[in-house]
Design a protein around this ligand. Sequence first.
Ligand code: URA
Length: 212
Amino acid sequence: MGNILNFYRDLGVEYLNTKLNKKEAPRNAGLKCLKELKKEVEKCQACELHKTKKHYVFGDGNPNASLMFIGEAPGATEDEQGLPFVGRAGQLLSDLLKEVGINRQEVYIANCLKCRPPNNKDPQENELKACRPFLDKQIELIKPKIIITLGRFALMQLLGNDKKITQSRGLVFKQQSYTVIPTYHPAYLLRNPKAIEVFVNDLKTAKQYLGD
Ligand code: URA
């Protein structure tokens, strides 16, 4: 698959239509706004993570955002504050948004998981599955034009488990109701500062697609 993507990228192809994920039906299709959805999330006991978390981390930002970011799962600082991307990786994200002229208040930021996995363990299949209807409903309510996936878990959730970050980043995936731009997770950038330039370029690509 990677070779095929590289082949198309070398040809200068920017868009690849990919199959839509088969999504589970939202648990509560009647929800009309994010506030109602947040209340639903805060009652969730669908997996074990609710037992160890301090706060549910629902998501934050402009409910009418055209640009949405999806990360992996809350870390320790997010768990403390109940807000996404407020730790070191979040600070870097804020700084890089600022660098390209994107106002953090104007975008919406959410995670695949709404509860922190203890010891920052990778999200497990059952946890992702349990949380997925909430993410789908957030996307449905926010209706972003562009979704930037941060790291491999968000990428796989949106585009399928066969997607690899190294092969997908740099490509733009047109879906039925939004366009996905995969990029690195800000925590990866903390460990690999050389990748920051590429990340910034991905943010600029998103801006171009938004017509900014
Ligand atoms: N990493 C994530 O994926 N999400 C957060 O909210 C914080 C760190």
